[in-house]
Design a protein around this ligand. Structure first.
Ligand code: AMP
Length: 282
C-alpha cells in the first residue's frame, strides 16, 4: 500500500483506477485508527473496488482551547492497519499542502451545522466542511464513507455535497462500539481507567432515554433524566442531550418524524459524543 502526500499524485492514482474501470471510495479520517475507522474501509470496499483512506489532523476544526496539539498521531501504526484492512492507498498531505499561505476560503453549512455540536463548538463544522470539500475535490472519488458516530457531521456533509453538486455519493456506516457499548473513538485513549469505566453511562443513558421516548413518554423529562444519569455516573458536564430531526438536526419536542437522540458530555478533560436513532412515535 502506497502513502501519497502530493495532491497531483493522489488525483492521478485515483483517475488511473477509474480509467481502469474501478469505482473508488475515499475514507477521510484524522488518524489514530481503530476498528470504527477500519469498518469504514470495509464499507468502502463493499461499495467500490478500490479504497483510499486519508489521514489529516485538520487544525481548522479544532477550537482554540481544544485538543489539536495533543490529538494522537501514529502514522506508522495507521499504515499497517490500513494495509491489513485491504486499503489501496493512504493520502496523508502536509498541513502546508492543504492550507498554503494565503488560504482564505471557508465552506459553511447553515442550519444543519448551527445546532448542537455547531452551537457548542463554534467554527467546528466550517472546519469540517472546508476540509471534506477539499479532500473530495483533491481526490475525486466515486463515493466517500463517513461514520454515523458523528451523526451531525454526516448530515452536514450530505447537505454540502447536495448543495455544491459534488459528484460523489456519501455513504454512512454504523457506529462500532466496545463491549460495554461505548463508541470507539480516538479520544477514548485520553480516558483514565476509572473514566473509561464511567464513560459507558453515555450510551447506556441514551439507550434508556430512547426506550422511554419510543414508549411515548414526554421528551423533556426523559432528556433531563439522561443528563442527571451522566452527572451521577461521573461526567463533569453535559453540553447537551437532545432529540433532533435526523436530517436537519433541529430540536424536536416529540419523536413525530425520523429522529435522532444525541449527546455530548465531558468526563475529566475528555469530551465524548454519541447518538442513537429513535423510532417514530405515532
Ligand atoms: P475521525 O478520525 O474521528 O475524524 O473519524 C473519521 C471517520 O471515522 C468519521 O467519518 C467518523 O464518523 C468515523 N468514526 C469514528 N469513530 C467511529 C466508530 N466508532 N464507528 C464508526 N465510524 C467511526
Amino acid at each position: 500500500m502506497e502513502i501519497v502526500r502530493d495532491v497531483r499524485e493522489m488525483r492521478a492514482m485515483i483517475s488511473k483506477f477509474r480509467e481502469d474501470g474501478a469505482k473508488v471510495a475515499l475514507v477521510p479520517t484524522m488518524g489514530a485508527l481503530h476498528a470504527g475507522h477500519l469498518s469504514l474501509v470495509e464499507a468502502g470496499l463493499r461499495n467500490a473496488d478500490k479504497c483510499v483512506a486519508s489521514v489529516f489532523v485538520n487544525p481548522k476544526q479544532f477550537g482554540p482551547n481544544e485538543d489539536f496539539s495533543r490529538y494522537p498521531r501514529q502514522e506508522a501504526a495507521d499504515m499497517e492497519l490500513l494495509r491489513a484492512a485491504g486499503c489501496d492507498a493512504l493520502f496523508a498531505p502536509a498541513p502546508e499542502t492543504v492550507y498554503p499561505s494565503g488560504f482564505a476560503t471557508t465552506v459553511s453549512v447553515a442550519q444543519t451545522g448551527d445546532t448542537l455540536e455547531g452551537a457548542h463548538r463554534p467554527g467546528h463544522f466550517d472546519g469540517v466542511s472546508t476540509i471534506v470539500a477539499k479532500l473530495l475535490i483533491m481526490t475525486l472519488p466515486d463515493i466517500a464513507v463517513f461514520g454515523e458516530k458523528d451523526w451531525q457531521q454526516l448530515a452536514v456533509i450530505r447537505r454540502m455535497a447536495t448543495d455544491l453538486d459534488l459528484p460523489v455519493r456519501i455513504v454512512g456506516a454504523p457506529t462500532i462500539r466496545d463491549r460495554d457499548g461505548l463508541a470507539l473513538s480516538s479520544r477514548n485513549t485520553y480516558l483514565s481507567d476509572a473514566e473509561r469505566t464511567a464513560a459507558a453511562a453515555l450510551p447506556a443513558s441514551l439507550l434508556e432515554a430512547k426506550r422511554r421516548i419510543e414508549k411515548g413518554e414526554p421528551v423533556p423529562p426523559v432528556l433531563a433524566q439522561a443528563t442527571n444519569i451522566l452527572l451521577q455516573a461521573g461526567f463533569s458536564s453535559v453540553d447537551y442531550v437532545a432529540l433532533a430531526d435526523a436530517d436537519s438536526l433541529q430540536p424536536l419536542p416529540a419523536a413525530d418524524r425520523p429522529a435522532r437522540l444525541l449527546a455530548a458530555a465531558r468526563i475529566g478533560t475528555t469530551r465524548l459524543i454519541d447518538n442513537f436513532p429513535v423510532e417514530q412515535v405515532a
